[in-house]
Design a protein around this ligand. Structure first.
Ligand code: SF4
Length: 220
């Protein structure tokens, strides 16, 4: 929430600077400070995210990609950021990576895709998919935290390095932390590779299979 507040404050300061202000007291914001509380339903949270311009990714995205799935899911998947295909459709985990994720859910976990909730850390496509900006992720993070608070999953599976870092709070390379179960307040986090990584490196599928078997046993 603090990041959201700071980003908004910075935006207001830039606007004042463009209008010619050289100095301003912070007091002017206290009276008109907007309500930064995020909504308490997924529908309203999605609506707010779809109108979000808090970071520069709002200028380059085609569509905001919000999470979808069972709003009371015991299992939540969190990827890094929307793909090109997600960006153009506005749907989460579409294209080949999305198909692979669906197969992982159905074939390894024995669940339907509609049984789980799927989202990303970033709700807009990253500028550089090889090197997504931590600043943008930091700004967008409150939306993910609110999704988690509303869905209340028992287990979160992170897909990719960025999601692992934000939810396990461990900066170590994904190859070292994957498969480790982190106990968080109210839920467990287990990290594994992103389906896009598996499309490029099929040999990593056996690692993901092991991680998902662990997830299955945690769901019992
Ligand atoms: S990435 Fe997140 S914070 Fe940035 S514009 Fe999109 S929804 Fe807003």
């Amino acid at each position: 929430m603090k990041n959201l507040k700071n980003a908004l404050l910075l935006k207001q300061l830039y606007q004042l600077k463009q209008l010619g202000y050289r100095y301003t007291s912070v007091n002017i914001f206290t009276e008109k400070e907007p309500d930064l509380t995020l909504p308490n339903t997924l529908e309203l949270l999605e609506k707010q995210a779809k109108e979000c311009h808090l970071c520069v990714l709002s200028k380059t995205r085609e569509k905001v990609v919000f999470g979808e799935g069972n709003p009371s899911a015991r299992l939540m998947f969190v990827g890094d950021f929307p793909s090109n295909s997600d960006d153009s459709t506005g749907k989460v985990f579409t294209g080949r990576a999305g198909e692979l994720l669906t197969k992982m859910i159905e074939n390894v976990l024995g669940l339907k895709r509609s049984d789980v909730y799927i989202t990303n850390v970033l709700k807009c496509k990253a500028l550089d998919s090889q090197n997504p900006s931590p600043t943008h992720a930091h700004t967008c993070h409150p939306y993910l935290l609110k999704e988690i608070a509303l869905v209340k999953p028992d287990i979160i599976v992170t897909l990719g390095q960025m999601a692992a870092k934000y939810l396990s709070e461990d900066d170590s390379p994904l190859s070292e932390v994957r498969g480790t179960v982190y106990e968080k307040e109210g839920f467990k986090v287990i990290s594994t590779y992103h389906p896009t990584h598996l499309l490029r490196n099929p040999s990593a599928k056996k690692d993901v299979f092991e991680d998902l078997k662990k997830v299955k046993s945690l769901l019992l």
